[in-house]
Design a protein around this ligand. Structure first.
Ligand code: MG
Length: 377
């Protein structure tokens, strides 16, 4: 099998703020694997929070290229082999894993969901994410996003309750809250109690990832379900969070791809955990890969491609929030410009303009940034 890679720079429609960071661009990597004249495509969206960046992905991919073997049908063997030769690098592994699934689906002439025996009618609705801002700005964005029946609200600052009040005032949408590890246990118990009257579906990652005792305490003292994201990265984390959460947020970029995510879904079900599929800021390549698994899960937060201006690809569609899987073989990805070759030509990224009201922290991040602020959706 032959692997090639190139960078993919995605520009956010507007700066994406969460409790610990702000992001203007996603510095992703596309990869292509060819075997017997068939090409599969994959994408890595590295997160500094999990110790990856674009350069490490490119290095990992060039190393993994020599360890793929020659049979793309042996996806489990290939991925186990990559785990043996190098630990971590989950986003780089996810790119290879989804490219292999794409290739195998194309070779067999079936979409990946069919390969997995899944019913495309069972895809959930995805949430649409509203990044942190002032209560007024976030309520405005909730109005703009009125076509989406589920909103995911980023909290973890001084105005958490005011934000939820302002958004609830303008919408009847289902509201999910993601604090991105920003609260203390006491603060979480107090804030979640105050949020309960606003009809919130669940709270995602209220506490720092390692504070499992705190999570257990919060869960025992609040009336809303707790979903963990940063606390549950790989399969091995699932036994550790039992009793601390009601569900987990699985991301291909955290766990290493479709084959690992499948194992996590089934392990979570064995422990009666709810399952959510999430994403980073990704193009339609990686989002469509995750969406192929979505008939298996309770909640989807697969809106990464909706938050960027310049997604070069076309794959899963979102209609009134519902994920609509393409019925083409493999991932079902096409270039938006209609060209057949999957990898677009590499384009030098133009320096980004800063918004007029950028904070000093954002200016710092921007200066620093060819842009490697830590980010995480
Ligand atoms: Mg999250």
């Amino acid at each position: 099998m032959e692997l090639t890679a190139q960078t993919l720079e995605l520009k956010l429609t507007e700066p994406f703020r969460i409790a610990r960071s702000v992001q203007y661009y996603a510095h992703n990597v596309l990869t292509q694997i060819e075997a017997d004249g068939i090409v599969g495509i994959g994408e890595a969206a590295p997160s500094g929070f999990y110790g990856e960046k674009r350069e490490s992905v490119l290095m990992a991919l060039s190393y993994f290229a020599d360890h793929l073997g020659d049979d793309p049908l042996l996806i489990e063997d290939v991925m186990a082999g990559l785990d043996r030769v190098m630990q971590g690098n989950a986003a780089a592994k996810a790119a290879i894993d989804m490219a292999l699934y794409d290739l195998v689906g194309k070779r067999l002439g079936v979409p990946i969901y069919q390969l997995l025996g899944l019913n495309p009618a069972r895809t959930p609705h995805t949430s649409f994410t509203i990044g942190m801002d002032t209560p007024v700005e976030m309520a405005k964005r909730a109005l703009v996003a009125r076509e989406y029946p589920i909103l995911k609200i980023k909290l973890g600052g001084k105005h958490d309750l005011d934000i939820v009040k302002a958004i609830r005032d303008v919408t009847d949408a289902v509201i999910r809250v993601d604090a991105n590890a920003a609260w203390t246990p006491k603060e979480a118990i107090r804030k979640i109690a105050a949020l309960e009257p606003y009809d919130i579906e669940f709270i995602e990652q209220p506490l720092p990832p390692k504070d499992l005792a705190g999570l257990r305490l919060v869960r025992e003292n609040v009336g809303l379900p707790i979903i963990v994201d940063e606390s549950c990265v790989t399969l091995e984390d699932i036994p550790l969070i039992l009793g601390c959460a009601d569900g987990i947020n699985i991301k291909l970029m955290k766990c290493g791809g479709i084959s690992h995510a499948l194992k996590m879904i089934h392990a979570a079900r064995a422990h009666s955990l709810r399952v959510m599929l999430g994403c980073m800021i990704e193009s339609s390549v990686a989002i469509t890969a995750a969406a192929q698994l979505s008939p298996l899960v309770d909640y989807a937060d697969l809106d990464g491609m909706l938050l960027v201006d310049d997604d070069p690809f076309d794959g899963v569609q979102v209609k009134g929030g519902k994920l609509m899987l393409p019925d083409r073989p493999g991932l079902g990805i096409r270039r938006r410009d209609g060209k057949r070759k999957l990898l677009p030509q590499e384009v030098e990224a133009a320096p980004a303009a800063l918004p007029a009201r950028a904070t000093s922290r954002e200016k710092r991040a921007h200066r620093n940034a060819q842009g490697e602020p830590e980010y995480e959706e």
